[in-house]
Design a protein around this ligand. Sequence first.
Ligand SMILES: [Zn+2]
Length: 156
Amino acid sequence: MPLTRGAGAGALALPASLRAEIVAHARESAPHEACGLVAGRGGRATRVIRCANVADDPLRRYVMEPAAVMHALRSVQDAGEESADGVEGEPLAIYHSHVYSGPYPSPTDRAEARWPSSFYILVSVRAEEPEVRAYRIRADHPGSEKTVVEAELTEG
Ligand SMILES: [Zn+2]
């Protein structure tokens, strides 16, 4: 899988309290994967919105509950929050957890990524010390294969 850390991926400022909230959600949900949205503005996260994982196999993948996503997006629109690329009404980031593997997007994660304008946060709780990383997952050109680029992650 192409995985580079590069220009154009941008930087995500994730305050320690929100990072802790995502880690807590991941630990509570284990052994299932946890998932949800992160809202924010100007590349800085301001709140975490948990979504239920309704995947058939929540031990290995995630599917955010559609009604929860719709509700979250409405609130993001109402708040005038924006994506990594500054698109208003879109999530700054989508997060999910890995219980048994590291914080790297799986081939399924890459194939099912639907938010090219948002960051993807991966949290791994396989070890005592959680690992959190951020990526952009998108096709460089319409129809081309999606690439994964690691983004800079700061405490904001
Ligand atoms: Zn995954």
